[in-house]
Design a protein around this ligand. Sequence first.
Ligand SMILES: Cc1cc2nc3c(=O)[nH]c(=O)nc-3n(C[C@H](O)[C@H](O)[C@H](O)COP(=O)(O)OP(=O)(O)OC[C@H]3O[C@@H](n4cnc5c(N)ncnc54)[C@H](O)[C@@H]3O)c2cc1C
Length: 476
Amino acid sequence: MAEPRDTDVLAALAAIVGETNVVTGADAAPYLTDWRKRFTGAALAVVRPASTEQVSRVVRLAAQHDLAIVPQGGNTGLCGGATPDAGSRNIVLSTSRLNRVRSIDVLNNTMIVEAGVPLARAQDAAREAGRLFPLSLAAEGSATIGGNLATNAGGTQVLRYGNARELCLGLEVVTADGEIWSGLNALRKNNTGYDLRDLFIGAEGTLGVITSACVKLFPLPQSTGTALVALHRVEDALALLDLAQQHAASTLTGFELFSDFCLRLVEKHFSDHRSPFAARHDWHVLIEISNHQSAEATTTLLEHLLETALAAGLIEDAVIAQSGAQAAELWELREHISEAQAAEGKNIKHDISVPISRIAEFVRETDALLARRFPGVRMVIFGHLGDGNLHYNVSAPGFGSGQDDGSFIAQQPAVYEAVHDQVHRFGGSISAEHGIGQLKRDELLRYKSSVEVALMRRIKQALDPDNRMNPGKILS
Ligand SMILES: Cc1cc2nc3c(=O)[nH]c(=O)nc-3n(C[C@H](O)[C@H](O)[C@H](O)COP(=O)(O)OP(=O)(O)OC[C@H]3O[C@@H](n4cnc5c(N)ncnc54)[C@H](O)[C@@H]3O)c2cc1C
């Protein structure tokens, strides 16, 4: 039951966004649990403003009533960043109604999109204008531009186009005190002091609410070539990456690695999806080339690359997609890994990056370490090899091991520490593309220097002195 004071707040919120856009009770439940169902929180209300002005008024109202603001886009984040804490002094600010593509400047190759536009819709809008918006990830139907920028998302084409930060030229932000910063510049060059845009990107809603962004567009490729390659060792995959970059240069847009165990999980839980190879192979690489030449030229490029790799003994087998449908089937194998892993049972996920040249050594050493310390765990290793980014995941021991999910998950802190210590030793990052949220908040402190943490705290203090923006995320 809401306190009388809270009733006043709810009425004031309704006056700003309309009664139907102040969601409470059971209707608010989907907004209060994260995608992976690891975190559940509480909130006075979920509020859905439809304009930047309304966001500003909601933030100011929250300040008057000492409420925290938890920005939320598609709620697909993997670190609990969009889930409020268990106290009820939160407002979840959903960007679902900030959903307009405001403008596209074809000649300038830019697009201004509101924060709540789902990524897939932004891609479609760009394509309809004859341009490419290259950010791409499996959650793109639900994940929003605001969430992508707040987590500095990566995805499958970072190798060629960069991550969300590199795709963004300007932002519009509502600050913690409710001011509107209109920084929607569409400039490739702008050296006019501190780059505020870069502070808000990757800040996971802890410094302000992104309400709109100016993003870069690119020419649409004329043809795409996709191949799935089977190989024996991660070292060979790295040598293949080097070869592919020599052959394809900037037309190489995807280079995704996954193990045979990943493929077996997909085959087990999604019976429509099968390996195209007759034999089993330890590792697979999905290669994508996006070219500005004809389909024939792209196929020839891919064939030449694979013939050279075969002759060098780097690969054991390969298939080249002969149609868009076949290419999609190959991508489905890669994109179903996360879901197949979830269907298999509990897992402990690491989204790590290490220098590309050290990945094979990292996998070999860390696999051996985990096998010694946590007998029976099963490694689910896949990721964006071309970016040095692996989803180095650990699944519970299989059926018959005698270990239940609960006791497996109880080992999470120890597994995290083992893997992240290794990452640190290899000069890597404990979060390559998913962010920190509440999941890795304490881990962050283990690996950042005290100087870096102190600077981060000073930025937070300067931009959000009352700790009103998404408290408890990134920094405690
Ligand atoms: C199946 C699946 C596959 C994925 N694959 C990839 C991948 O390949 N690469 C990759 O990088 N990521 C991947 N992700 C994670 C993905 O990057 C994030 O889920 C996505 O970018 C978050 O968008 P969202 O709108 O759902 O944000 P939410 O989950 O709603 O929020 C995420 C964070 O951003 C903040 N936030 C959201 N909107 C705003 C805003 N407007 N202003 C300020 N802060 C805001 C939230 O407070 C929270 O901290 C995947 C996720 C899933 C579920």
